[in-house]
Design a protein around this ligand. Structure first.
Ligand code: ATP
Ligand code: MG
Length: 571
């Protein structure tokens, strides 16, 4: 479903949900929204759905998350032999895994199987809200799901502003089993009716009404906000009559909302500003800690703002023991955010991040993308203001740390995205050694096809490690370099590198990560003197899943020139 902001997409879905709830048949309704942060947090909306299905809270410990996911998988997977696979594939979505992602197709297949498993218990409706903010990988998953799911009662509903088509011009078009509903603005008569219903008894002066219909452009949000503005100003009496004829008619719905926010007392407005920094959804504790306020004061303020229909409080919170709120409409958040003086934004982003970090506790990696967003935002603002240099470098260090963790989270889900995070981290590396380590990570997530990039990254890392006398680091870089050389068929060069790595590493006590790499290199047989290893690699290929593409290990074997002899696995 597509349409301009405020035209009624969310409302239509809510009406549909009510209709569904009234049906005698029980239906699973799972909803996830994409956030307006940067290019979107990897698979966030899907993660929300899986968390809701499993009953996972943001504040749960990793053990609780794994246990809850296990139960959900058990209920959804008919075939017990699939459970481990599903658990492993779903874990990164709910922030319970740090393993490196497999092929995207394989994850998609697993997630689809899970969705189908839920839908086979009872009809399932999946709602992806605000898909225009989704990361590309999520959009690809939605397409996969709609294309491949069959045999179960499943409805996938997406809402998006038209800008979705800028990034995905072919979205929905020509797909089997899919329809696009494009919501157009209300006509003048309908807008007038809506307005009349909202105003109850009051009748606007004819001039005002005419200007208003023109400026509203059939946008129901405009009509609603206009009437709320009248109540805010006390122009609309309790009896639903107008006490004043002098009514401003702002140009756009944003201007209208801004005008409403300007009538709030300063302390209430500050609450909204702080909430807006956290996002569409925020928590009393966050706002309290951002402004050094008492939580009771925040809750009382929010109660008042909810009465004015600027925010609403959530029935259930995704953070235990925390009152949760969301902006009545996203545009209210956007306008509130835009009102914060730039100088204050940086400080607020940092305060929001600090609260989120405390809340996330051990599961900080699951929230790392959000934290990285806040710190990058703060850093950008601090740099633009060219203020305190020590604060800027503190922010650089924080952004570096969380970009690295964000890369780790994305690595479990989408390697492209992970690479983007690590590359951004690289620019912020505080010293040569951190830079070298980040380079190694980038090489690790680079595409098999991007051999040159891997080589350059490892070469630079190797030189940096050597320059600073870090032999373990240099050894680890060499192991990787030998793999790159071997992949491109340079066998003797690879052998030389592995020997040099061995020499460097053997000067140190065993147990370091680099040793594990070296041993794995020998075991997997990219020791060029042995061909046995490539066969081992094939033997390690897991049994293919139904509908999945060839397993990753097989891709690797097939990508290796010359040195690989592929033999079917014996059972
Ligand atoms: N047909 C309608 N009749 C009455 N009110 C409506 C209608 N459509 C929308 N509204 C009201 O207008 C407001 C804005 O609608 P909604 O939030 O659904 O917009 P949206 O299209 O989802 O916008 P966004 O792209 O910003 O998410 C809501 O408060 C909604 O209740
Ligand atoms: Mg909406």
């Amino acid at each position: 479903m597509t349409g301009e902001p405020g035209v009624g997409k969310t409302r239509l879905m809510a009406e549909f949900r009510e209709w569904v709830d009234d049906q005698p048949e029980l239906v699973f309704w799972r909803q996830g929204r994409s956030l307006s942060y940067g290019e979107g947090i990897t698979y966030w909306a899907l993660g929300e759905m899986v968390k809701a299905q499993a009953g996972v809270l943001e504040s749960d410990t990793p053990e609780e998350v794994i246990a809850k996911l296990g139960v959900a998988v058990q209920e959804a997977a008919e075939d017990p032999s699939e459970r481990d696979w599903l658990n492993a594939s779903l874990a990164p979505l709910v922030g319970a895994s740090v393993a490196v992602a497999g092929e995207r197709e394989e994850s998609f297949t697993a997630w689809r199987r899970f969705v189908e498993g839920i839908a086979s218990q009872r009809p399932l409706i999946l709602v992806f809200e605000d898909l225009h903010w989704a990361d590309d990988a999520l959009v690809a998953f939605v397409e996969h799901l709609v294309e491949w799911s069959s045999g179960v009662p499943l409805l996938v509903l997406c809402s998006a502003r038209p800008e979705l088509y800028e990034r995905h011009p072919g979205w929905g078009g020509g797909k089997r089993n899919s329809n696009t509903i494009s919501l157009s603005p209300l006509g003048a008569d309908d807008t007038a009716r809506l307005l009349a219903a909202l105003l109850q008894k009051a009748v606007l002066p004819a001039d005002t009404q005419r200007t208003l219909l023109e400026r509203a452009g059939g946008n129901p949000l405009y009509a609603e906000e206009f009437v709320r503005m009248l109540s805010d100003r006390g122009v609309l009496t309790e009896q639903g009559e107008l006490s004043d004829d002098d009514i401003p008619v702002p140009d756009s719905v944003q201007a209208l909302i801004a005008a409403r926010l300007d009538t709030l007392p300063a302390d209430r407005k500050a609450l909204l500003h702080d909430g807006a920094v956290v996002g569409k959804v925020f928590w009393a504790g966050a706002v309290a800690s951002m402004g050094d306020r008492d939580e009771g004061f925040v809750r009382a303020g929010m109660h008042e703002l909810a009465r004015k229909e600027l925010v609403r409080s959530a029935r259930t919170s995704s953070v235990s023991d925390q009152a949760e709120y969301s902006f009545w409409h996203l545009l209210v958040r956007d306008v509130a955010y835009s009102q914060i003086p730039r100088a204050e934004r940086a400080r607020k982003h940092v305060a929001a991040a600090e609260w989120l970090e405390r809340m996330a506790g051990e599961r900080v990696t699951d929230h790392a993308e959000l934290l990285a967003y806040h710190y990058e935002q703060a850093l950008g603002l601090a740099r633009a203001a060219a203020g305190d240099a020590s604060e800027t470098s503190r922010l650089e260090a924080l952004a570096f740390r969380f970009l690295g963790l964000a890369g780790d989270r994305a690595k479990t889900l989408d390697l492209q995205k992970a690479k983007a995070y690590f590359c951004r981290a690289l620019d912020l590396a505080p010293d040569d050694l951190e830079r070298a380590r980040t380079l190694l990570t980038i090489a690790e997530v680079a595409d098999v096809g991007d051999l040159q990039r891997m080589r350059d990254a490892r070469q630079e890392a190797y030189e940096l490690f050597l320059r600073h006398g870090d032999e373990l680091g240099a050894g680890e870089a060499l192991v990787g370099m030998s793999w790159d050389a071997w992949m491109s068929g340079a066998g003797s060069e690879a052998a030389g590198m592995l020997d040099e790595a061995t020499e460097l590493l053997e000067r140190h006590p065993p147990g370091a990560r680099a040793f594990a790499r070296l041993q794995a290199a020998r075991r997997k047989g990219h020791d060029p003197r042995s061909r046995r290893g490539s066969v081992d690699l094939v033997a390690a290929v897991p049994r293919p899943r139904r509908g999945a593409g060839p397993p990753r290990a097989l891709h690797v074997c097939l990508a290796v020139p010359r040195s690989c002899s592929v033999r079917p696995r014996r059972r």
